[in-house]
Design a binder for this molecule. Sequence first.
Ligand SMILES: [Zn+2]
Length: 209
Amino acid sequence: MELITPLQEITRLSHLYYSRQWMFATAGNLSTRDEVIPTQFWITASGKHKGELQETDFVCVAVSDGSLVKAAEGLKPSAETSIHQVLYSQMPDVGSCLHVHTIDSNLLEFGVGKEEGFREISLPPIEIIKAFGIWDEKPNLTMPVFYNHTHVPTIANEIKRYFTENGIPKVPFLLIEGHGPTVWGKTIKEANKHLEAVHFLLQVMARRL
Ligand SMILES: [Zn+2]
């Protein structure tokens, strides 16, 4: 069996998501917690084309405050690093966060207000929900949907506020309206499974509009 490193695994996913039209051009960002030092994570560098991403196109960031720990010359962390930082700091058992810009997720409109910051939106109780480890026949689930502030750290602060007020969401993902979903999992494989399920779910919701 071929052994690959976490960064190679994430790089493969980047190419796969690009081919699925989930990460056009430089859109989206993928990260994985450091296997040896769990207080750090690796995230795609800013401005890298996701169809051509290489395993050297990652920078290392501190979970505590998002400060840069390690980066090859010329590489900067993704503009949305603060969102990943909040997710890793709020959920110590999370090993990977994946954020993409899918077309279907952008078709969904909930009208979350700028001042409001976020809102819980009901999810249809369809079979794919089982991919999140939820086995109720008719689960009464919601997902947190956030306002797409231009200043990304403001979104990150709203996510932190959501976690403080509501706890960890029952579903392993959140949506930024008019932007895209972010999912998480204990491993890269689990996060990928969650992302595929989220894509299916949001696609169903978009087609019901
Ligand atoms: Zn984004």
